[in-house]
Design a protein around this ligand. Structure first.
Ligand code: SF4
Length: 232
């Protein structure tokens, strides 16, 4: 549980305009020392925060939610980045087998009930893993539109502080960061995938100004649920 003395309103005011690096360093080394992790999709822009973390602590915990439906390119990219950035503490978490047997025996739940599929493959495993932490880092950005337009640097969700160091950066910041640090892109990025999740629910983005336009295109769904309050 996050500490009641943390005043989010003041924190957001204080760190508005601060660099992502400063926000990360302060939360990792001071505010949530040993009680914070980065929840990383190893998608198209994840390398930015991974690179920043590698400059602070190569042993910092990174969590990948492996739904068993990730692109093989995502796993290869994860292995490449971890090695390149010398990050030593990445943990993959998986859906609970009993949840799969009960709700998704044939692996096709995503077609009929994607919310439940995301719940058992992403939300529940992350909830369990986050018991070990007071706070977590997310790579969301407001320029990704949708609900993300309202992002703040610090939020509270399900009794945890969520730190969004990239909340206010723009696309050119991301592009320049990759170029300046010579970081390789996700192999699917050059094929037109601007935001990458599970194989079943990701296609090429239809609008370059809307990176998430290739996610859940046959559904009104726009988010997987890890950024929502837990259902009672
Ligand atoms: S993104 Fe699709 S396949 Fe992946 S967990 Fe959610 S509904 Fe299931």
């Amino acid at each position: 549980m996050y500490h009641d003395s943390i005043n989010l309103k003041n924190l957001n005011k204080e760190y508005k305009g601060s660099s992502p690096e400063l926000i990360l360093r302060m939360t990792i080394e001071e505010m949530f020392k040993n009680k914070i992790a980065y929840v990383c999709s190893f998608g198209t822009e994840s390398a930015v925060i991974l690179h920043m973390i590698s400059q602070i602590d190569s042993n910092f915990p990174v969590i990948l939610i492996n739904t068993n439906f990730l692109f093989k390119e995502t796993i290869e990219y994860k292995n490449h980045l971890l090695q390149k950035l010398k990050l030593k503490n990445c943990k993959e978490i998986f859906p609970n087998n009993s949840d799969l047997v009960k709700n998704d025996k044939y692996g096709d739940l995503w077609k009929s009930n994607p919310d439940l599929c995301c719940n058992i493959r992403k939300v529940i495993p992350l909830k369990k893993e986050l018991r070990n932490y007071q706070a977590w880092i997310s790579g969301r950005k407001s320029f990704h539109k949708g609900e993300r337009k309202l992002l703040k640097i610090f939020e509270v969700l399900n009794q945890k502080v969520v730190v969004n160091p990239l909340a206010f950066v723009n696309k050119s910041f991301i592009d320049s960061y990759f170029d300046f640090h010579k970081i390789s892109k996700h192999p699917l990025f050059t094929k037109g995938y601007l935001s990458i999740g599970c194989i079943n629910c990701t296609i090429k983005s239809s609008n370059v100004n809307d990176p998430r336009s290739g996610r859940w295109t046959n559904n009104i769904k726009t988010e997987c649920g890890i950024h929502y309050s837990y259902k009672k």
